[in-house]
Design a protein around this ligand. Structure first.
Ligand SMILES: *Cc1c(COP(=O)(O)O)cnc(C)c1O
Length: 572
């Protein structure tokens, strides 16, 4: 009954709040991993018929479009999208108070389809209404606005406006409010206000806290301080008026600031990190809370390239409805997997020919590295000793290396790294080819994770909370060569699903920069002694690694497994 798809079911019981959601490349409503995870979670909920509704902001002018100039410097342009083509305006209007003004909000409904007739509604909140003042109309234009006051206003719109919009649409049976990171944590302020209003209370008391707590789930996504939103009391007062009771409650307070992570922690009955190690690191950071771990996953229907998907359709009936079935990839003949990979690689090389003007060979080992360009991810670790890299490539076999990724507009160091990689690409010997592709988005990600031979990841442990692009690669039979951090601590079986770089970093403290040299040496050693010999001398054994990547890792590191864990541990 397709008409049911477009009605919002008022019996929906789970509300998933995220500041960014990756829906499609043409919709620039996301910045990176957090948004991709949100989109994959919602798509999985649609597949599995989990009664979910999702809430985000419209981001009419998107994140940004990246161009790289002749010097390799990143420039940003707005990424406008045509809202009416993709989403339908809903009737209700809700109001939030911001800086002493009433700001009206509307919602656009974007229907996120699942594999089997069902879909999950996503509400995109929009302040661009004629009733609002110009400075308020732009609050839902772009992701992560620059000033603290604007950021706080965006979080009020998401958290407070989001709950009010659910109520205005008749959703009064929500049993779980899931905060995807602290940006959504102000939803607890609205739930507290609702409780106090209903019970005629002036103060937040223990009963109010336990009533709200019983409904809330909080997922923390990064151990990096900058990822945790903090505001001063003055910033809070400048934006939110009705804050006195909340401030007095101390529930948002940490170290003299208002801390959205602590708001989430204090008012959630279930809290988790996004991989086993990240759960441990978070438990250390927030020692007085109980922190569980649910390892991230990716949506296989979205991230499996068309050639491999055709193989799965033929050999693993029903995989789109149940990703656990991907374990049966163990029975697919390796030459079938090999052929699908060659087709995906040819498609990638054709894209490189058209967009970067390079003619690369399908016979040469091709390494992919694409993710947000930022210092802790160490994108240039592979290029830290060019003499060593050249000696490996000239003696063990040529290398093609493809990079992509945006730096956050304010991350000068990240932009410098992109520039450095581009400048290096112009000085390399014949046996090493390198390109940096602009405008990393979902389509380019799918092309890369399916078309390269090896997926490289070199974060500084333990700062990669999970990482998901390596999971996308695994689904496509592309093994990872990665530092043991995030999901790879769980996914790496040496020589079977890929290869580890460096020693396992067991402490919760950040691995010091002085160890970069040791990690680079380990990366070069693995390339020289394991990856290149296997690729060039034992192609059948390399295909075996591809098959294991799918059967062992694709079948587990996906959002069907992940969402089922959320349902059992956090939603039920
Ligand atoms: C998957 C994905 C990411 C996140 O990749 P990580 O490995 O988690 O850093 C970021 N951007 C895009 C476009 C993606 O598809």
């Amino acid at each position: 009954m397709p008409s049911d798809n477009y009605a919002i079911d008022t019996a929906t019981s789970i509300a998933y709040f995220s500041m960014e959601v990756a829906l499609a490349s043409s919709l620039p409503t996301y910045a990176g991993g957090l948004g991709v995870l949100a989109g994959d979670t919602i798509r999985a909920a649609a597949d599995l018929k989990v009664p979910m509704i999702a809430i985000s902001l419209l981001h009419r002018r998107g994140h940004f479009q990246q161009t790289l100039d002749a010097d390799g410097w990143q420039h940003e342009a707005p990424a406008q999208w045509e809202v009416g083509r993709y989403a339908t305006e809903q009737d209700p209007r809700v109001r939030v108070r911001l800086a002493g003004r009433d700001v009206q909000l509307r919602a656009w409904l974007y229907d996120v389809p699942g594999c089997c007739e069902r879909s999950v509604p996503l509400l995109l909140l929009d302040a661009d209404l004629a009733e609002n003042r110009p400075e308020d109309r732009r609050l839902t234009d772009r992701l992560y606005l620059g000033s603290r006051e604007d950021r706080l206003a965006q979080e009020v719109i998401l958290g407070v406006g989001g709950v009010r919009m659910l109520r205005a649409l008749g959703l009064n049976q929500i049993a779980r409010f899931h905060m995807n990171e602290g940006h959504a944590a102000l939803l607890v302020a609205e739930l507290l206000r609702e409780h106090m209003h209903t019970h005629g209370k002036q103060e937040v008391d223990a009963e109010a806290v336990s009533a709200v707590k019983a409904q809330c789930v909080f997922t923390t996504h990064t151990p990096i301080a900058a990822g945790h939103d903090r505001f001063t009391h003055e910033q809070l007062r400048a934006v939110i008026e009705e804050q006195a009771a909340l401030e007095r409650s101390g529930l948002f307070e940490h170290d003299g600031m208002l801390n959205m992570t602590y708001a989430g922690l204090n008012l959630s009955q279930y809290i988790n990190g996004v991989a086993e190690r990240h759960g441990q690191v978070s438990q250390h950071m927030y020692a007085s809370y109980v922190i569980d771990a649910i390892t991230n996953g990716v949506h296989a229907g979205t991230w499996t390239g068309p050639h491999m998907a055709k193989v799965f359709d033929r050999h693993i009936k029903g995989w789109r409805e149940d990703y656990f079935d991907l374990r049966y990839a163990a029975g697919i003949p390796i030459e079938v997997i090999g052929q699908a990979h060659v087709q995906a690689k040819v498609a990638l090389l054709e894209h490189l020919r058209k967009t970067a003007g390079v003619a690369w060979s399908p016979d040469v080992l091709t390494i992919g590295f694409a993710r947000r360009a930022t210092a802790y991810k160490r994108p240039d670790l592979l290029l830290s000793d060019l003499d060593r890299l050249e000696s490996i490539a000239s003696s063990h076999g040529a290398l093609q290396i493809v990079y992509a990724g945006k730096a956050h507009p304010e991350d000068h160091a990240g932009k410098k790294i992109i520039q450095r990689i581009i400048q290096i690409s112009r000085q390399l010997p014949d046996c090493i080819r390198l390109v940096y592709l602009p405008e990393y988005d979902m389509d380019l990600a799918r092309l890369l994770v399916s078309g390269v031979d090896v997926w490289l990841n070199t974060p500084r442990p333990p700062l990669e909370a999970s990482g998901t692009s390596g999971m996308k690669a695994a689904l496509n039979g592309v093994p990872s060569l990665s530092v043991l951090d995030g999901w790879w601590l769980e996914g790496c079986i040496e020589g079977v699903t890929g290869w580890a770089i460096g020693p396992e970093h067991t402490g919760v403290e950040t691995r010091p920069e002085t160890d970069d040299y040791e990690d680079a040496e380990s990366l070069y050693d693995k390339l020289q002694s394991a990856v290149l010999p296997l690729f060039y001398n034992d192609p059948l054994d390399f295909l075996e690694v591809r098959r294991h990547s799918i059967a062992l890792n694709g079948s587990f590191f996906n959002t069907h497994r992940m969402l089922q864990q959320y349902v059992v541990r956090a939603y039920l």
